[in-house]
Write a protein that binds this ligand. Structure first.
Ligand code: SF4
Length: 318
């Protein structure tokens, strides 16, 4: 095991390396007229090099509106695809194409198509955490930030299926008082958070407000003070008189919260709330992709227009 002195010099040389990478990225980004959009589950140093750190809806909106020639999307692959679908004329770079979302892969286009054929009257609402092929089979998309507005905008009386996240769908059913059918998908990161861990976090930090993501299990949501998407959590902290918060979502959000609210105290609800796919992007990969202008995101032509339509419907509502 390294001594304290050795480990602190290792840390400072790592920090120095990250600073140098960040400087190179910023220089190249300006030369290329590129913008870096990072999800709030990204590593701290990636967030610090980004032009915007936000949830999947904020990234989609920024990608749609940007004047930059190149979009570097530091997030998982469906986010990079979404950027390309919303702004097809731009070069969209995804620094690590292997950064996929396991939840998105729980809904396959073929299965969704078959469901539609058997249930032609049913409207299909897809969480943006889906592949472009699945978006192409959907009537409309949503994110956790706008899911309620999207669902409430649907034609009344039509049956609805929500996919792929059964926990978010269940949360919406209870909150709005509706009865959507739910696909059997889930986020493996949020799904692992247990009621016992919430109880233990409360015991360790009595008086702290508990905020969890609606991708958590219903039992966990039931024990929290609030269920909110990541932007909802940031907004809630801004307006809350509370000083201390237990956060039940991926640990990257704590960097953003600590940066924006240095006078508040944040505890991660459980140490395992880390998405390895989100964390597979780092500054070196961002620099490489800006240098090479690769890997570029392309969406198969046969699904492009239909996938774009279900996304733009969402963007028109919120
Ligand atoms: S945190 Fe969950 S939903 Fe988000 S990318 Fe990771 S696996 Fe997918």
């Amino acid at each position: 095991m390294p001594s304290n002195e050795t480990s602190s010099s290792m840390n400072s040389s790592w920090e120095q390396q990250q600073l140098e990478l960040k400087e190179k990225i910023l220089r190249l980004k300006a030369e290329r007229n590129a913008v870096i959009l990072a999800h709030s589950y990204q590593r701290r140093e990636v967030q610090e090099a980004a032009d915007l750190v936000g949830d999947s809806f904020q990234l989609a909106r920024a990608a749609q509106d940007t004047d930059a020639d190149i979009i570097v999307l530091a997030g998982v692959s469906f986010m990079a695809e979404t950027a390309k679908l919303l702004n097809p004329d731009k070069v969209v770079l995804h620094p690590e194409p292997g950064a996929t979302c396991p939840m998105a892969e729980m809904a396959e286009a073929k299965a969704v198509r078959e469901y539609r054929e058997k249930n032609p009257e049913t409207l299909v609402v897809s969480y943006v955490n889906t592949l472009a092929e699945v978006k192409a089979e959907s009537d409309i998309c949503c994110t956790s930030a706008n899911a309620q507005q999207v669902v409430e905008s649907l034609e009344p009386g039509r049956p609805v299926i929500f996919l792929p996240d059964r926990n978010l769908g269940d949360y919406l059913n209870k909150k709005i008082g509706i009865d959507m059918r739910l696909w059997d998908g889930y986020c493996p990161i949020h799904q692992r958070l247990t009621a016992g861990e919430i109880e233990e976090a409360r015991r360790l930090h009595p008086g702290a407000e508990v905020l969890v993501h609606p991708e958590c299990e219903p039992e966990v949501i039931g024990l929290a003070d609030r269920a909110l998407g990541t932007t909802g959590m940031v907004k809630h902290v801004a307006s809350s008189p509370g000083r201390e918060f237990i956060i039940g979502t991926e640990e990257g959000l704590l960097h953003k919260l600590r940066r924006e609210f240095p006078d508040r105290v944040f505890h991660l609800a459980a140490e395992h709330l880390v998405c390895p796919n989100m964390k597979s992007i780092n500054l070196k990969k961002i620099l490489d992709c800006l240098q090479d202008l690769e890997p570029r995101v392309e969406v198969p032509e046969e699904v492009f227009e239909k996938a774009r339509r279900s996304l733009t419907r969402m963007m028109e509502i919120v």
